[in-house]
Design a binder for this molecule. Structure first.
Ligand code: GRF
Length: 187
């Protein structure tokens, strides 16, 4: 099996990155993580890039044209698939169109509910009875593209932002690899 050369975009903790690195070491998993891009030089997730000796690039998203640097590196590393794993920047239409249907994102809510930021506090404020995570294709609109996988759990009265995050991330670590397997099983 020829694995798809994949770039993971991160900004923070990188628990999804860590999980995907571990899954991708399995020969039957469809992707090889060939590059990691972070817009945050202090992202904890970069430690996994170092530990597993995966090429990684830090981009300064405050600079104009920073996306050109991204596009140049995606091409240099022959990347054919992109996973946004806690990447806190909106990507441009140019990048979306260059990698049409080849970029997926993980989001900590049951989309189309709760797009954007501060998800857990909004979910609690809205007294939702369930929540979960969604893996979806990325299009030009925020948290909007076609759904690939969604996982759900019920919210307890005792839940707070921390417990919601913990429960959501536990599901994310199942949903992201499952979505990737689903995509490449089809193609
Ligand atoms: C995840 O909850 C993801 O849904 C959201 O950002 C978080 C990233 O977590 N987009 P991590 O960096 O993978 O730990």
């Amino acid at each position: 099996m020829v694995k798809k050369r994949t770039c993971i975009f991160i900004s923070g903790q990188g628990t999804n990155l860590k999980n995907l690195i571990s899954r991708s070491r399995d020969n039957s998993f469809p992707i090889k993580i060939s590059l990691i891009i972070s817009n945050n030089k202090k992202a904890y997730g970069l430690n996994y890039a170092k530990k597993y000796k995966i090429p990684h690039i830090i981009i300064n998203s405050k600079k104009r044209n920073y996306e050109n640097k991204i596009l140049i590196n995606l091409s240099k590393y022959n990347i054919s698939f992109i996973c946004l794993a806690g990447y806190m920047k909106i990507i441009s239409n140019k990048l979306v169109n260059t990698y049409k249907k080849k970029i997926i994102n993980i989001h900590p809510s049951l989309l189309p509910k709760f797009k954007g930021l501060n998800i857990y506090s909004r979910i609690l404020k809205n007294r939702e009875i369930k929540s979960g995570c969604t893996v979806h294709y990325v299009n030009e609109k925020l948290d909007d593209g076609c759904k690939i996988t969604q996982k759900t759990f019920f919210i307890n009265l005792q839940d707070n932002e921390q417990t919601l995050q913990k429960k959501t991330q536990k599901l994310e670590h199942k949903a992201f690899p499952e979505a990737i397997i689903k995509i490449f099983r089809k193609s």
